[in-house]
Design a protein around this ligand. Structure first.
Ligand code: SF4
Length: 312
């Protein structure tokens, strides 16, 4: 029996419809993310993310590989959205985020997916890479709410977010799970194709924390509300981990952080031409580099660390 009442279920259907509509308006000269492409997605134009006005989904299902507070006993209900607003050269989901593997869905189909994930016992609905499709997701949530959806929403994003969009998600999203990929702008420009990653990421994380606070779990350790941050450690400190941890500590020393060790060169990071330009990215991290990153977090004063060492 589900006792938890997610934030969006405390809103009326009309309020959710208004939020979805306001978000959809941002697609008319698209500024759903800080790229601010300005294309009219409602008329079929495409910007850098490559998605128009309809949702495109790659896959969905219970996921047991996410962070423990999301997975619990029955899994996190992931929905992998196709394409991405970032173009990370080492993306491990390249076929989905860059090549666009997936198929267009109706809003009713997306709502049905969420309800299926709930019926299968998942603890939450985990939107993976939602930024460029969020108006459609909110409208699908409204439809699913009317049919009984009661799981918290996890907004699982790359950390390159628009403040205007996040403000429209206030009171809808219970759990934010952004990446904090790099602690300076130049790494974002070199590795993800945007010049202001760290500036926008800091603003976004501060707004997310303002809305939902530190991660809270229920009596079984399952995430109910709050902020979880992921940071993928890169070779030769390319991710500027110390700066990231310092910022997260400034938000709150109770910030929950997953320091991830699983970096492997993928996609362009494996290509010889690119590897010559950014040679450090062409190898996995070392054990010493991972330990240094964890130490950066500890020295910053953070103590809720989810450390993924297994793959080293
Ligand atoms: S969501 Fe897509 S089209 Fe809109 S600003 Fe971002 S990258 Fe451009």
């Amino acid at each position: 029996m589900i006792e938890f009442t997610p934030a969006y279920a405390r809103m009326s259907s009309e309020q959710l419809r208004e939020r979805a509509s306001a978000l959809r308006e941002l697609m008319r000269a698209c500024r759903l993310c800080p790229r601010n492409c300005g294309v009219d997605r409602l008329s079929g134009e495409l910007g850098a993310c490559g998605v128009g006005a309809d949702p495109i989904v790659s896959s969905y299902g219970p996921h047991l590989g996410e962070e423990a507070p999301l997975v619990g006993r029955r899994g996190s209900g992931t929905i992998f959205l196709t394409h991405c607003n970032l173009k990370c050269i080492f993306c491990q989901n390249y076929d989905i985020s860059h090549l666009g593997r997936g198929r267009p869905m109706t809003l009713d189909e997306v709502a049905r997916m969420m309800l299926e994930l709930q019926e299968s016992g998942c603890h939450n609905i985990n939107w993976v890479t939602p930024t460029h499709q969020v108006p459609m997701l909110i409208e699908a949530t409204r439809i699913a709410l009317e049919q009984g959806l009661r799981l918290p929403i996890v907004y699982n994003c790359g950390g390159y977010e628009s403040l205007d969009v996040l403000r429209l998600l206030d009171g809808i999203v219970d759990i934010y799970m952004p990446d904090a990929k790099y602690g300076d702008n130049s790494a974002g420009e070199q590795l993800s194709g945007v010049a202001d990653y760290w500036d926008r990421c800091r603003e976004a994380l501060a707004e997310m924390h303002r809305q939902v606070g530190d991660l809270q779990t229920d009596a079984d350790g399952i995430a109910a509300r709050g902020l979880l941050v992921r940071h993928l450690v890169l070779p030769e400190e390319m991710a500027k981990t110390a700066a990231v941890m310092g910022f997260l500590a400034s938000l709150s020393l109770d910030t929950y952080v997953n320091v991830m060790a699983q970096y492997r060169p993928q996609h362009r990071a494996r290509q010889a031409t690119f590897a010559r330009e950014v040679s450090a990215i062409a190898r996995p991290i070392t054990t010493a580099e991972f330990h240094r990153a964890v130490q950066d977090a500890v020295e910053a004063g953070l103590h809720r660390l989810d450390q993924r060492r297994a793959s080293l």
